[in-house]
Design a protein around this ligand. Structure first.
Ligand code: 5AD
Ligand code: SF4
Length: 491
């Protein structure tokens, strides 16, 4: 068991945290762990060894919730054998299901919504002190004055702890909380509350801390990140302004931002991305459906024609950018003809990749109240498979076009295959991403992790480019990887 420099009289407290869902949740988990570490908690990777077991949850689709309830069901035995262990449900499910979680999963001691995560440590202490079950939630969207609702959803972004990130040189940075778009299928406006931008001063301060900690890539996060606006007096800061400010920070080499809302993909933003070399040439802009009738039922606020115009703007200003999308299949009332619209848009837009989801009716949404979930599951499944197959074929064709080209790669670490094999030689398979967010695997040494290297692409599959290192920079030194010697050669 790790004992990190603790005075002999303080018993460490062991924490296990499992995360489901989106990047926002990954970031929230990082924040929770960082704050608990400052209270002498130590992270362990086995729930059996933990004093507190926390599950950070997602409500976006029913399937995500079922997975969490199944995990909680498995923890029931453990709780019976070790009643002193504290079990907590954090995040969107906590906010959505509230008290009902205690009823469905009686071993749970703690329920904390995404806007109340700063309370987690205090609430665990209360459970341990015998004060019974604890719950901290934000206000519902109609449960009080607008300002109180907003404040109850303010996420907490305390000092960053590089040890908590998947890699020390990549970090998420929250610039926006919540969402006001109210797409009819979506729970996020309820679970994460009203849209609010964080102040540019706070964001910049955090970006500087990240750079000082050795972070080279920052991904700005918001549900509709390109709608970001922050007003101070008569000054309004936009996402484009933020990108320009963060771009100045020494040490930051790459800047990304997700997720975008089609209608706010403005020319000034595209020009900014074009003019700032550190900005990734990658835009995730969910279309959701290629049928105007369905887009209207989803209340997405744009038409297929408007999305198409946005694609033309992107091609005009950022011809080398990759665009990816999300689609929902089998939304209420989706006919074969509506679905063909989605097929056509994938063909036309040639997305780098698309995330395709079967519609899942979510309690509390407008769609659940007003629109029947009337597409049979079997039809949803077939439509899902068809879009995936089409997207895969396009992704593979586009990846093939990279063969013979050199790309710049930020090296993230050993590839999945290298990690699985567990073999630790001087050379191992590494993975990283291009500026247009394509995954590249190639052979290299651990010293390359966190560096920008040039990789020549030899092959392209659906999800991956495969190549070999041409040159790179480790500190001030240039090197080439000599494939014969399997070592780095200084040049
Ligand atoms: N059912 C299926 N997919 C959904 N998404 C959001 N809500 C639902 C739902 N109720 C998808 C959207 C969104 C992505 C994050 O999840 O495509 O862009
Ligand atoms: Fe959900 Fe729509 Fe907001 Fe995205 S824009 S988080 S899909 S409500």
């Amino acid at each position: 068991m790790p004992q990190e420099n603790l005075p002999a009289n303080i018993m460490p407290f062991y924490l296990y945290l499992e995360t489901y869902g989106c990047q926002m949740n990954v970031l929230d988990s990082e924040m929770v762990v960082a704050s608990l570490r400052s209270r002498d908690y130590q992270l362990v990777d086995d729930p059996l060894a933990a004093d507190a077991i926390l599950i950070n949850t997602c409500s976006i689709r029913e399937h995500a919730e079922e997975k969490v309830y199944s995990v909680l069901g498995k923890l029931r035995r453990l709780k019976q054998e070790h009643p002193e262990k504290v079990i907590g449900v954090l995040g969107c499910m906590a906010q959505k299901d509230q008290q009902r979680i205690f009823e469905r999963a009686p071993s749970v001691d703690l329920i904390v919504g995404p806007g109340q995560l700063s309370q987690t440590g205090v609430l665990i202490d209360r459970v341990r002190n015998g004060e019974g079950r604890q719950m901290a939630l934000s206000l519902g969207r109609r449960d009080g004055p607008a300002e109180s609702i907003r404040r109850s959803h303010e996420t907490f972004d305390p000092l960053r702890d590089p040890q908590m990130r998947p890699t020390p040189f990549q970090a998420y940075l929250r610039i926006q909380i919540g969402c006001d778009k109210f797409c009819t299928y979506c729970v996020v406006p309820m679970t994460r509350g009203p849209e609010q931008g964080r102040s540019p001063a706070e964001i910049l301060a955090e970006a500087r801390v990240l750079a000082d900690q050795g972070c080279r890539e920052i991904t700005l996060l918001g549900q509709t990140v390109n709608s970001y606006r922050y007003r101070e007096g008569d000054r309004t800061t936009t996402l484009a302004d933020l990108l320009a400010l963060i771009h100045e920070i020494e040490g930051i080499e790459r800047l990304k931002f997700v997720t975008n809302y089609p209608k706010d993909m403005t020319v000034p933003l595209l020009q900014t991305v074009r003019d700032l070399p550190k900005c990734a040439r990658y835009l995730h802009v969910p279309l959701q459906s290629g049928s105007n009738r369905i887009l209207q039922r989803m209340k997405r606020g744009y038409t297929v024609e408007e999305y198409r115009e946005m694609m033309h703007r992107i091609v005009e200003w950022l011809p080398d950018a990759a665009v990816s999308s999300d689609f929902i299949v089998g939304f209420s009332g989706e006919t074969d003809q509506d679905f063909e619209g989605s097929v056509q848009m994938i063909q036309e837009c040639r997305f780098k990749n698309s995330f395709i989801f079967k519609y899942s009716q979510r309690p509390g949404t407008k769609a659940a109240q007003l629109l029947p979930d009337d597409v049979p599951d079997q039809v949803k499944r077939l439509r899902n498979q068809r879009l995936l197959a089409l997207q895969d074929a396009i992704s593979q064709e586009d990846n093939q076009q990279f063969v013979g080209r050199d790309v710049e790669v930020l090296v993230e670490g050993p590839s999945k295959a290298a990690e699985k094999s567990g073999v630790e030689g001087p050379v191992l398979q590494l993975t990283g991403r291009t500026p247009c967010d394509r995954i590249v695997v190639f052979d290299g040494t651990r010293r390359l992790v966190g560096q920008l290297v040039h990789v020549a692409i030899d092959d392209g599959t659906t999800h991956t480019l495969i190549g070999h290192v041409v040159t790179g920079q480790v500190g001030p030194e240039l090197f080439t990887l000599d494939p014969a010697a399997e070592t780095i050669v200084r040049t």
